[in-house]
Design a protein around this ligand. Structure first.
Ligand SMILES: [Zn+2]
Length: 63
C-alpha cells in the first residue's frame, strides 16, 4: 500500500492519484485536496495541520 506524499495517510489500492514531477520524483495523493495543497498552493506538510508529518513534528518536539 502506498502512502500519500502529502498527508502521509495510506492510500487504498485503486484510489488516489499518482503524479510525476519534473525531476522524475513520483508522488502519490490520497485525494485531490492533497494534490492541490502540494502542487498548487505549494504548502509543506509540516506547515499543514491535518497531515501526519505535522502531528509527528508536534509530538517529537524540536529537532
Ligand atoms: Zn493525502
Amino acid at each position: 500500500m502506498m502512502k500519500c506524499s502529502f498527508c502521509g495517510r495510506e492510500i487504498e489500492d485503486g484510489t488516489g492519484k499518482m503524479f510525476v514531477t519534473k525531476s522524475a520524483k513520483v508522488l502519490y495523493f490520497c485525494s485531490r485536496k492533497c494534490e492541490k495543497n502540494l502542487n498548487r498552493l505549494r504548502r509543506k506538510p509540516l506547515a499543514t495541520r491535518w497531515t501526519e508529518d505535522y502531528a509527528k513534528e508536534k509530538k517529537g518536539g524540536a529537532r
